[in-house]
Design a protein around this ligand. Structure first.
Ligand SMILES: [Zn+2]
Length: 427
């Protein structure tokens, strides 16, 4: 590995850098990073004219379902991390709704052992044993085993008292609790958002207020238990945006993530019984999408995360009501973010890098990589202006359940560098 990016835009907000220059990476280390070209480049170094490209601290996807152990017909740690690298990510956080659930030190060690490649896999462990909502997991031991956050994702911790106990339990070591916010008593057997499309197709609806109720409940609990760290997973409603904004204005340590599909699509995408637009939380309305884009811009939302949820073709081609929830996202997230937020909504590159790299690391408490000479290379490189068509057959993921097949995007991941390794993206 010995590669020099010439005329590349280096964007690293924490180092107050947004400049065109030269980035030279050799054997996993940044050896030159400056506006001026290096002088001592050997002829064997690969030179790339990176005019119109951006180098940023490696992107992090803090909400990914790798499906291992237990559902390796959908995805494995190997294929999921390959998809992450191919999509421009150096780090992912894997969710605990595997079989068995990630609720023991042994399960966490298993995942960490299996993830020794370029992409760093951080573990989100379960809040309750087996994600059953009945008994808390040994969260202190799970942190010692390497867990970076806790959630029963896939389902919500239903009982307010159980969630209160979780907040109290983690207080001495200040762990991060995250929630899949869904008041299950209102969403039993839902198919899509409660709204026009549900009415038209005769499907069961998930009212947006069922998400808002849990966000409100948990914000109140986090405050009551002494201002605990709390993170809203895959936020999808205008109501939840308002609640997170309010909580932040109160000085609470509340954060939130949004998926690319929730800032790109509305419930209309499920019209015609398109199972690749069926997920939990469901796609919402235009008003929700508009509120989310505003919140991504103003800092209310801290991170973009995909909720990458692989399912096989067979599973997704069942009757709509029987098809499982979720879509894959690792290999379309960067393209959708650059197309929608940078190009259409004119977000600054600093804000894009905040949402994909700095924000999630800050929420998780991970070290922030630097782009200075001498640093280990944890870098994502994207071609900002490159147009491309989403071809799921090129994906490294084991699954193909995406509503974005055939979409034309502007902005494409090109390279990732991490842990001494390099991947040239092939989308
Ligand atoms: Zn979830």
């Amino acid at each position: 590995m010995d590669i020099l990016f010439e005329r590349i835009r280096i964007v690293s907000p924490l180092e107050r850098r947004n400049e065109v220059g030269y980035l030279w990476i050799r054997d996993g280390t940044i050896v030159h990073s400056a506006a001026e070209p290096p002088t001592d480049v050997p002829p064997t170094t690969r030179r790339i004219d990176a005019d119109g490209w951006m180098a940023a601290p490696g992107f992090v996807d803090m909400h990914v379902h790798l499906r291992e152990p237990g559902q390796t017909h959908k995805e494995t740690i190997e294929t999921g991390t390959a998809a992450a690298a191919n999509g421009g990510f150096t780090d992912v956080v894997c969710m605990p709704n595997t079989e068995p659930a990630l609720d023991s030190p042994m399960a966490i060690e298993y995942v960490r052992h299996r993830a020794a490649g370029l992409v760093a896999v951080h573990v989100c462990a379960a809040i309750t044993l087996g994600r059953r909502g009945e008994l808390l997991t040994p969260m202190h031991q799970l942190i010692e085993a390497g867990a970076v956050m806790f959630s029963d994702d896939g389902s919500c911790v239903r009982s307010a008292e159980m969630m209160r106990r979780a907040f109290e339990y983690v207080a001495p070591f200040d762990a991060l609790l995250s929630q899949h916010c869904e008041e299950h008593s209102m969403t039993e057997g839902f198919d899509v958002n409660e709204g026009a499309v549900a009415a038209k197709l005769g499907l069961r609806g998930y009212p947006s207020v069922a998400e808002d109720i849990i966000v409100a409940r948990d914000i109140l609990l986090a405050e009551y238990c002494g201002n605990r760290r709390y993170h809203v997973s895959h936020l999808s409603t205008r109501g939840a945006v308002r609640l997170v904004r309010l909580a932040k204005s109160w000085g609470l340590r509340v954060s939130a993530e949004v998926t690319p599909h929730h800032f790109t699509l509305t419930e209309e995408a499920a019209d015609g019984f398109n199972a690749n637009a069926k997920m939990n939380p469901p796609l919402r309305t235009r008003a929700d999408v508009d509120a989310i884009v505003e919140a991504l811009a103003d800092g209310t939302i801290d991170a973009i995360a995909t909720d990458h949820a692989p399912h096989t073709r067979e599973e997704k081609s069942q009757l709509f009501s029987h098809a499982p929830n979720g879509i894959i996202g690792l290999e379309t997230a960067v393209g959708l973010t650059l197309t929608r937020l940078y190009r259409e909504h004119r977000f600054s590159l600093e804000r894009i890098v905040e949402l994909l790299s700095i924000g999630p690391r800050r929420v998780l408490g991970l070290e922030q990589p630097r782009l200075a000479a001498g640093q280990p290379a944890t870098v994502t490189i994207v071609a900002l202006d490159q147009e491309w068509t989403v071809e799921p057959e090129r994906f490294r993921s084991k699954s193909r359940n995406t509503p974005f097949a055939g979409w034309h995007l502007v902005g494409k991941p090109r390279f990732v560098f991490n842990r001494g390794a390099m991947w040239e993206c092939q989308l």
